[in-house]
Design a protein around this ligand. Sequence first.
Ligand code: BES
Ligand code: ZN
Length: 872
Amino acid sequence: MTGTPQRKYRSDYQASIYLIDRVSLDFDIRDGSTRVTARHSVRRNPQLIGTGGRWWLDGRDLRLVSIAVDDEPVADEALEVSETGLWLNGLPDRFTLTVVTEIDPDRNLSLEGLYRSDDMLCTQCEATGFSRITYFPDRPDVMSRYTTRVEADAERYPVLLSNGNCIESGAAGEGRHYAVYEDPFAKPCYLFALVAGDLGVIRDTFTTTSGREVALALYTEHGNEDQCHHAMASLKDAMAWDEATYGLEYDLDSFVTVAVGSFNMGAMENKSLNIFNTACIFAHQDTATDSDFARVRDVVAHEYFHNYTGNRVTCRDWFQLSLKEGLTVYREHQFAIDHGSPGVTRIEQVRMIRDVQFPEDAGPRAHPVRPESYVEMNNFYTITVYEKGAELIRMMAQMAGREAFTKAVKHYLDKHDGQAVTIEDFVLAIEESTGLDLAQFRHWYAFAGTPRLRVSSRFADGRLSLELAQATPATPGQENKPNFDIPVSVALFDDAGQVVRAPEIVRLIEQRETFVFDGLAAEPTVSVLRGLTAPVRLEFDQPDDALVRLMAHDSDPVSRWDAAQSLYIATLKAAVTAHQNDEPMPALGEGMMTAVAALLADPPDDRALLAEMLTVPSATQIGEAFDAIDVAAVEAARRYVKREIAARFEAELERLADAHAPSGGYVFDQVAAGRRRVFATALDYLACLDTPAIRKRAQAVYDAADNMTDRMAALNALQDLPGEEREATRADFAERFADQPLVMDKWLRLQAATEDGDTVARVRNLLADDRFDFTNPNRVRALVGGFVRGNPLGFHRADRAGYALVADEILRLDAINPQLAAALAGLLAPWRRYAEPYAGGMREALARVGEADLSDNTREIVDAGLGDQAGP
Ligand code: BES
Ligand code: ZN
């Protein structure tokens, strides 16, 4: 806790005055404390002349035992120690630095640095956790070769792991043992990792194209090994994919993954020793849903892909985070598209951008993909840096063509191998290799906010004129926006659904431009921004019949889905307005009804696509259509439309459920998962009718289920149907999975999302329940996050008790885990988007949090939320 947190600016970057070629770490793990002895070979940075003698080392929550230069203790006059680090003065040009610190992983609940997760010790160093281990220049542009020795009790910690190859191990006396690891690749300290514990393991091997045999190991607490096979298979899949797609082979003889129960994020790409949240490793049909399986596959691939995009070529400073995350998410997206239904995978990505990134970009925390300043770096692992960053890469790939772009990425990796570089270095490498001119495109990295793309079309004399215009709203600290370089895909169809102009990409460079299509026999149906070729908000008023045609015939499944979404939105908007004006709900739009009828009568072969197209737009999407979100009206509208669809198409939905009902044994593949998704969607609709039959059916599905996906489909259908079926299934669930924390997270989410009764009281009771653990982020996310996201009416309750609950938990959490507390504070921050009385209630809760003595993490979020939106 500090007074005024320090803001860091991208423009202040200066290279490190000293470089560390070699790092040697010795961890002496004892009960109550761990002693870290660090020896570094240091030399002046030859690039910087006329500086030196004085050096800053970061360090937090450390007990400094000793510090020596060339084995001489540093004199008191030469040392200035503060809460965040220390200055060393009077340094020579080359020296050996020895630092001895003591840390206490058992009392470190921040889950950064070295900490305890259940029975094991593990590390998390990105972004700045290494400074909780020893005094060190905790910045990614200082790259060193590491040797690590770990010593601990042999019985409690039989497994000792660090980055690289194990070069020595043995007994150390008094029941202790040790292991020494050497990592041949220079790396920044954020990629350092260490694990010590009594762990189970599954092993496998992978042979690379050039014949190197890589030993693969996946460690977990004993008893969970059978939940790790999908992750292992996914790893091998990712290794093969990166060879086949980018020609990138793994570069060491061993690749180790460890699953830990307490983890702030999903997973971490430490060199050759990835550490994962168990939620992103465990996948067994009994305990994980199809989407859990897909998530595990994609996160495993993502962290593996970082070995090149992030580790071999890393970031110069943290403002460049999207250099590794945007590019790696892009690679992960490509991988996912190659492993599932391409259309539906892209739909999921588009939904994420629109439902989460666009709101961030329109709120108090809007920032460019390459931010200009930050207080706490952990607050900038955002959907903007990740997903918008990935969309920028995708745009470049589209402009260059897939093949040319893949070549360009290889050029970037070759050119900068072993270096810490910038986003500008990346864009330059892409220009060099592809010949693209990305001068104006660079604005995407520098300016926040979602451009609006207004489209209008005119048709006369066989000629279609398509006018495109762009405008980007102001964001905090950025009043005026330049024109962006916006790639927009366009295709034209005739009334029979035949293509009359194959998809092509036009680039909108100016504020307004007109594109002309000649020689058309009749007025075509226009399909634009197909699959979201740029992260912009499309404003294009199309008549219902055009949307219905696109929905039925567009060659791009994403466009078909998008057309369906537009049809739903029209009715939903009308329903919101009716609710607000106390008017009777409108009849369902004719276009929408035609669309649903057509879908049910002639469903697409891709069953996951059918499920997506049958799903009504999210509350967020509906809210997007209004200046201020009226939570109750949006919920009422969504429910009304769902219930009406269910009532009107009850027989068809019954048939759909029957045709997709669980049958045969569980396999996780595209076809089977698609079937389950359609079944869950049909059940969800039928549940809106709240009939005894559907309750019985849901209970029967639950009882007969041989997998978690079907079980959850049944529980979700019963969610808003209080009664004996719901109680019985939930009770069985809680008992059956009592010893599976990740499944109990699903149970916590179900409780938190249940509307009847006093939800706030229910959540407060669960916070005190034995099955809840406040120090475990997965539990907190399930219960508190599940409440905010899954229970809009409870969270936005008129008596403000929902907001008060969240504020209380932010304050309680901030004292132990600031990173997670700040993430929760982010849920209250966008209060300005809401209508009254919601906005006032959220602001009041946020202001109460702001009155406390807060961590820099939470302070930054709260100040942004309460600020005048001027921003840094
Ligand atoms: N490097 C990050 C993990 C990380 C983020 C560590 C922030 C410390 C602070 C990792 O590569 C990552 O991005 N993980 C994601 C999952 C991924 C599939 C997007 C995560 O943890 O959510
Ligand atoms: Zn990542």
